[in-house]
Every structure is written in structure tokens, then in C-alpha cells.
Design a protein around this ligand. Structure first.
Ligand code: IPE
Ligand code: IPE
Ligand code: MG
Length: 247
């Protein structure tokens, strides 16, 4: 703690010794996978895994806030997840609204701001209302930006961006113009993408934004992925050499 205590900007941050406080990723994006398998190995219904996953979310948010991460994007529901049985979809939506209601004061205390990436208007009305209420309550905070990827699909996002650009009168796109119309406009690209539960795929997540992100896949299932696991992922990220195509 002592070697960087003189830096006023970081004096409130608690950075573990395993990490270099000067190389904390600005943006971490997580594919939170493995809730169903976590439940299955315990003979529980899949929803029990989703419920336990909420605890991992709380820990990831708190840890990122403490470390001074600027943005945490969490893949919570993909456009493809509508293919699941209706009962599970309903349960996921119910859990989301319930967790938001329960956590919003704590998020506020921790200076967290909230954003949503995804086709918002297609979410159930009560979920939209809860999200809107929470975003409103947290909008003046200046700590971590918690970006929930909800009803999110990266291909749809790119299509939506192109159509929004055309409606705004764009005749020719550059990378900057396209990025400005994505759901993630104004948010820096992820430095680190984490996927839990061992699947080696991106499942339609942030295809544009992860062009040069560092990838970290762990076999740990999402409900078991807690603060020490996140710190381990960041430590591995800090050991990587990002070349961006150069030498
Ligand atoms: C991730 O866990 C949560 C969502 C995709 C909403 P899963 O529900 O995909 O769990 P597995 O992959 O079946 O174990
Ligand atoms: C990705 O997980 C989506 C979220 C974590 C919300 P999935 O479980 O839906 O991905 P696939 O089906 O294994 O690719
Ligand atoms: Mg899965």
C-alpha cells in the first residue's frame, strides 16, 4: 500500500499487492457463463445457479470499483437467450428486476453509474421500468460505469448502428462514425474480456469492440467466480504484452 500512497487519485483505491495499480484495465467485459452447470452439479434447478450468480455480480462490481476500473460490461442476456424455455427467460427477467431493486442503494453508495447495451424496448416493461428508475437514481455518480449487456447481440448492434447513422444523415462510415452509433458510444473498448465456464467462443458479444482486447477464459463457473478469481484474471492481463499489430 505504501509505495503508491502518495498518489492522491488512488489513495481511496484498494489495490492488492498482486496487481500493478498503474495498469488496471480501464474496461473489463465479462461473459458470465456456467450458471446452469453450477446448479446441475448440485442437483438444483438452473435458476438456482442464476440466483447464486447475482452474488458473483455484486462481488465483481465492488471489486472493480475498489480497483478503479472505469467500465465493467456484464453480458447478462443475449438476443439468442430468447431461445430458452419461457419459464427460464421469465425467471431471468424477474431476477434482474429483483436484484436491481435490492442493490440500487448499495450501488449508489459505491458511486456506481448504470448503462444498458442492447435492444432495450424489447425487454419486459417492468424490467425497463426498473432499469430506467435505477439509471436515473445513479446518473450523477462518477465511479464505476456498470454497463449491462441485456437483450444484447453484437451483429444486431452493428446493424442498429448503421441504421441509426443513416437516419442521422451519414453517407459514408468511418470507424469513428460507426463506433459513435453503437450502444457503447463513448465507452472505451474493453481491455480485457473474461469468459467463465471454459467455453472458447464469443457468443455474439461485442464483436466490434473486442478487436484488440485480451481474452481470458477460465473453467470456473460464474457462481464460483469471486473477487480472488477476478484479481487473478487482471494479474494475468497485466503480464500480457499488447502489441496491437506492431512490434
Ligand atoms: C449464464 O449461464 C447465464 C446466461 C446465459 C443468462 P448459463 O445459463 O448459460 O449456464 P450454462 O452455460 O447452461 O451452464
Ligand atoms: C452467453 O452465454 C450469453 C450470456 C452470458 C448472457 P450462453 O450460454 O448463452 O452462450 P452459448 O449458448 O454457450 O454460446
Ligand atoms: Mg451458457
Amino acid at each position: 500500500m505504501t509505495h503508491h500512497a502518495s498518489h492522491a487519485a488512488r489513495s481511496t483505491k484498494r489495490v492488492p499487492d498482486a496487481l500493478d495499480p498503474d495498469r488496471i484495465p480501464r474496461h473489463i467485459a465479462i461473459i458470465m457463463d456456467g450458471n446452469g452447470r453450477w446448479a446441475k452439479t448440485r442437483g438444483l434447478p438452473r435458476v438456482a445457479g442464476h440466483k447464486m450468480g447475482v452474488d458473483s455480480v455484486r462481488e465483481a462490481v465492488r471489486t472493480c470499483g475498489e480497483l478503479g476500473v472505469q467500465v465493467l460490461t456484464l453480458y447478462a442476456f443475449s438476443t439468442e437467450n430468447w431461445l430458452r424455455p419461457e419459464a427460464e427467460v421469465n425467471e431471468l427477467m424477474r431476477l434482474l428486476a429483483w436484484a436491481l431493486k435490492r442493490e440500487v442503494s448499495e450501488l449508489n453508495k459505491n458511486h456506481v453509474r448504470l448503462a444498458v447495451s442492447g435492444r432495450f424496448e424489447k425487454l419486459p416493461k417492468n424490467v425497463q421500468a426498473e432499469l430506467t428508475r435505477s439509471m436515473e437514481k445513479l446518473k450523477n455518480n462518477e465511479g464505476l460505469l456498470l454497463n449491462l449487456a441485456l437483450n444484447y447481440g453484437a451483429r444486431q448492434e452493428i446493424i442498429d448502428a448503421v441504421n441509426a447513422g443513416i437516419r442521422a444523415g451519414v453517407h459514408e462510415f468511418t470507424e469513428e462514425i460507426l463506433a459513435r452509433h453503437l450502444y457503447t458510444a463513448g465507452i472505451p473498448d474493453p481491455d480485457l474480456v473474461i469468459r467463465t465456464s471454459g467455453e472458447m467462443r464469443v457468443s455474439n458479444f461485442l464483436l466490434w469492440q473486442i478487436a484488440y482486447s485480451e481474452l481470458y477464459v477460465t473453467p470456473t463457473l460464474w457462481p464460483d467466480f469471486r473477487a480472488p478469481n477476478l484479481i487473478e484474471a487482471i494479474a494475468e492481463y497485466q503480464g500480457r504484452h499488447r502489441r496491437f499489430g506492431g512490434l
